[in-house]
Design a binder for this molecule. Structure first.
Ligand code: MN
Ligand code: MN
Length: 316
């Protein structure tokens, strides 16, 4: 089996060439792939700063620096998985209702093949139609959700579909297993002391940012792995779960967030889970003047690829 390899720096300078994710081949369908990157350039679900529509393109641009081997963990995803970039889903930037339909339909189509999609946001609204398609194929999934926000509002400005209602809809529609839902990094200001209690009342596990401060998250992830076991699992990583000092380019930043290393610990701690899909959302390039947030997002997507089932590991 010959696996697609990211274009190397000796073949084409890293700053040049077509900006696919990790300089992988682009593909029109998921046929023959084990994993795929897919962009969802939607930001009309945002409640504050917009700009995440530019996330997929900037994350792809910054991903040009990524090399194929993970020196930190020993993962060599391109030695055992066929991976390509499926490009972007054509969202309707004039209609969020139509956009989520388009995302769900595109995911249902790509999931006709036995592939693990890695979504590139876009605001967190995109995870709702993705979970609809994932649950249609796999049933309600366990969820590892990194975020500053719980995203469990019933409505925002009267609307059922927005980036802050995603996991309320996922619960309402039985897309996730609430007893195996973990929200990590929640913090900030709210409307009432009970803001995170809706999640808890439904059986979600809430791990606030304060509970994460100044400690390794490896033990937390070990307990999450033990609880989830072999359940099919979706991982959704809102970049604002990390501190604005490392991820300033996002729409609703909150102080006191997780460190970049803790982000790595969470994703690396997902290794061994039966992951059926994942995404990285809420990178907003207009607020990302150094490009570091998109670079971080690209790296976190690579780390997500590295913990998918079937990835070959070398001794590190
Ligand atoms: Mn979110
Ligand atoms: Mn958030």
């Amino acid at each position: 089996m010959k696996y697609h390899q990211p274009l190397g720096g000796d073949e084409m300078p890293r700053f040049a060439g077509v900006a696919t994710m990790m300089r992988l081949p682009s593909a029109n369908s998921s046929a023959g792939l084990n994993a795929c990157f897919v962009g969802m350039p939607l930001d009309i679900g945002t409640s504050n700063r917009a700009g995440a529509r530019h996330g997929p393109r900037e994350i792809r641009a910054e991903s040009c620096l990524l090399r194929p081997f993970n020196l930190g963990t020993g993962a060599a995803p391109f030695e055992s998985l066929q991976v390509a970039d499926l490009g972007d889903i054509a969202v309707n930037t004039f209609s969020i209702v139509d956009s989520v339909d388009r995302i769900r339909i595109a995911y249902e189509l790509l999931l006709k093949n036995d592939v693990i999609p890695l979504g590139i946001g876009g605001d967190h609204t995109v995870t709702y139609p993705v979970l609809q398609a994932i649950a249609k194929k796999h049933g309600p999934v366990a969820l590892v959700h990194v975020d500053a926000h719980a995203d469990v509002n019933d409505t925002m400005f009267g609307e059922k579909i927005a980036h802050g209602t995603t996991f309320r809809r996922a619960f309402d529609e039985n897309l996730i297993n609430p007893k195996l839902t973990y929200q990590i990094g929640l913090r900030g200001t709210g409307y009432s002391p009970d803001d995170f209690n809706w999640s808890r009342s439904k059986g979600f596990t809430v791990v606030t940012a304060e509970e994460c401060w100044d400690r390794s998250l490896a033990p937390l992830m070990a307990s999450i792995r033990a609880a989830i076991g072999t359940h099919k699992t979706y991982v959704t990583f809102d970049i604002d779960g990390l501190d604005p000092s490392v991820a300033p380019g996002t729409g609703t930043p909150e102080i006191g967030g997780l460190t970049g290393r803790q982000g790595l610990e969470i994703i690396r701690g997902c290794r061994g889970l039966n992951i059926v899909g994942a995404d990285l959302v809420e990178v907003s390039p207009p607020y990302d003047l150094s490009g570091n947030t998109a670079l971080l997002g690209a790296n976190l997507l690579f780390e997500l690829l590295c913990v998918l089932p079937g990835v070959k590991y070398h001794k590190s």
